[in-house]
Each structure stands twice: as C-alpha cells, then as structure tokens.
Design a binder for this molecule. Structure first.
Ligand SMILES: [Zn+2]
Length: 144
C-alpha cells in the first residue's frame, strides 16, 4: 500500500526503516508484529501501559517517533492506554470499516505502523477525543 502524503514529522528518527514486512518481522517480536504491522489488537487490560502514570513521552515501538506525551494520558477504564491528544503531525488517520463499524484507525505517520483507534464525542475530557492505543505499539521514555 502506498503511503498517503502526510504532514512532515518534526522528530524523525535517524535509524533507517525496514522496506519489507519480512524485515519488520525480524525487528519486532511476534506480538509487536501482529499489532503494528497486521493491525491487531492486544487483549484489554493486559498491556503494560494501561495504568501507567510515569511522566515521559510515548514513542512508536516500531520506529521511535514521539507520539504522545504522558500529560495527555487519562484513565478511560476501557482496557487500553488512552490519550486525548497526539503530538501534532505524527499520526496518520484511516477510515476503518472492519467489524461492521466505522472507526478511525490511528497509524504512525513516520513508519505507517498500526497504533490503535481514535474515538470522538465521548466526553471523557474537555478535548473530547480518545486515542485508544495498544501498549505493545508504544514504548515509554521516562522524563528526565
Ligand atoms: Zn512508527
């Protein structure tokens, strides 16, 4: 699938990206590959960052691009890490019509890996958005 044009990513990791799914398979463990490259979903309440409150920055586990700041994380009780705002320009949005629903899939704009979904209009926070993200799609870089 040809990547869509997206806004430029400001913090581009210097490491070169894999050019094929076989290369990704070597770089990622099986669960990371299933979620990031095959748009899988980890089971709710099992991810390592569901209840994490450590200050820091969540980066893409596939390519290292910064995605979410810990200050935008909130407790949605949905079973996955939830954020009400992404770092500007780092997310690619795709309409997802699987499972008989229309949802907005959220991907890393830098490496096109699947992160999770975005839901709007639920009223959890004043920003009224919920980025429902798989823990296995991210890595937390603690502040300081
Ligand atoms: Zn990425």
């Amino acid at each position: 699938m040809a990547p869509e044009k997206s806004s430029p990513v400001t913090e581009i990791p210097t490491e070169e990206l894999p050019t094929s799914e076989d290369e990704w398979r070597v770089r990622l463990n099986p669960e990371e590959f299933r979620v990031l490259r095959e748009a899988g979903t980890e089971r709710p309440f099992t991810g390592e960052y569901v209840d994490t409150r450590t200050p820091g920055t969540y980066v893409c586990r596939a390519c290292g691009a910064a995605l979410f700041e810990s200050g935008t994380k909130f407790d949605s009780h949905c079973g996955w890490p939830s954020f009400d705002e992404a770092i500007p320009g780092v997310i690619r949005y795709i309409e997802d019509r699987s499972l008989g629903m229309v949802r907005v899939e959220v991907r890393c704009a830098h490496c096109d890996s699947h992160l999770g979904h975005r839901f709007d209009g639920e009223g959890y926070t004043p920003k009224d958005a919920r980025y429902c993200i798989n823990s296995v799609s991210m890595r937390l870089i603690p502040a300081g």
